[in-house]
Design a protein around this ligand. Structure first.
Ligand code: PMP
Length: 338
């Protein structure tokens, strides 16, 4: 018999697939790591498992204990499903602007959901700060342990990629990987994979969406937050503990206008339904491909599954309201019928 003892042990070891059009257009082999194939359908399952395991090992979380976190969604889903599979309760604090699909999924996974207004970090009711306070309060009367996952500054997040994602990419490519590209939310993926692969000679690139200050912070120390993006889960206005001590070789600013057509073509032509951050990543991978020249192999992250964004990214009315291009096929006017 072949089976896993529980869902938590099914996290990771995701396949790498060749992205046909991105590869053809650049003359490189561009590979997507299918993180949407994790049990919670996103890359954040890895951070969730690593943070929980680390807390258990440090004796902070006992069976029946509670995990509290502030999250844009995917970490919440990861903590809820992985936490439930390991016997923990989860409370998730989320900005109310996040997609309904992600909120529903967190609730369906058995977590308690607390919605707060989307306010900047300096506001004490910001979702991250709110969740930290909530964990502190609950910990006072707890007998089984309460942890604040603190994904932004808890480096157990980055460790998941130093020990998991990075080495997996190295093994899957037989060491023949020239570049790696990722956007930053917490920075766990970029810095973790970067720390694993940069010392082996792999060029690491940041793909940063509009409205994020990460690229300018790394380049000049100043946060330039200009621009906007409809992508969720990426962008940041500060250097988190997960990013500290890591410097990518290249940085690219990627607009939604550049990234979203890639997401739509990928669904129509290659059967791949991914979220907006994957589009930012692939656009970044194509920029790195042009920088390195034809014949190179570049890996990027397909962070989560697209159905999570049905009401936004894959909704023509929403796209039009943001002045973003709507592909004909999505609008019920297929452009390639005979
Ligand atoms: N894409 C999506 C959809 C995400 O939810 C996240 C995490 N917030 C990321 C990318 C970025 O991952 P990381 O936190 O490791 O930087």
């Amino acid at each position: 018999m072949q089976f896993k003892p529980d869902l938590a042990t099914a996290v990771g070891n995701t396949p790498l697939i060749k992205l046909r059009r991105a590869s053809e257009e650049t003359g490189c082999t561009i590979l997507g790591k299918c993180e949407f194939m994790n049990p919670g359908q996103s890359v954040k399952d890895r951070a969730a498992l690593s943070i929980i395991t680390d807390a258990i090992e440090r004796g902070e979380l006992l069976p029946g204990g509670t995990i509290v976190e502030g999250t844009a969604g995917n970490t919440g889903i990861g903590l809820a499903v992985v936490g439930a599979s390991m016997g923990f309760k989860t409370i998730i604090v989320i900005p109310e602007t996040q997609s309904q699909e992600k909120k529903d999924m967190i609730r369906l996974a058995g977590a308690q959901l607390v919605q707060v207004p989307a306010v900047p970090y300096r506001n004490p009711n910001n979702y991250v700060r709110y969740s930290g306070r909530l964990a502190e309060t609950l910990a006072k009367d707890s007998t089984h342990g309460v942890i604040w996952a603190n994904q932004f500054d808890n480096t157990a997040n980055r460790d998941a990629h130093i020990d998991g994602t990075g080495p997996e990419i190295w093994e899957q490519t037989g060491g023949k990987v020239d570049g790696f590209v990722s956007a930053v939310g917490t920075g766990g993926t970029l810095a973790g994979v970067g720390m694993a692969l940069q010392p082996k000679g792999v060029k690491i690139a940041l793909a940063d969406p509009g409205g994020s200050g990460v690229m300018s912070l790394l380049q000049s120390g100043e946060a330039d937050m200009s621009g906007t993006s409809i992508t969720e889960g990426i962008g940041n206005g500060r250097i988190t503990k997960n990013l500290e001590g890591f410097m990518p070789d290249f940085c690219y600013k990627v607009s939604d206008e550049e990234a979203l057509p890639i997401v739509f073509d990928l669904l129509k032509d290659e059967g791949l339904c991914v979220g907006g951050s994957s589009g930012i990543n692939i656009a970044g991978a194509m920029r790195l491909a042009k920088e390195l020249g034809p014949g190179h192999t570049i890996v990027t992250i397909l962070c989560d599954y697209g159905t999570r964004y049905q009401s936004k990214l894959f909704n023509p009315e929403f796209l039009r309201s943001k002045d973003l291009p709507v592909p004909g096929w999505m609008d019920g006017t297929p452009d390639d019928l005979p």
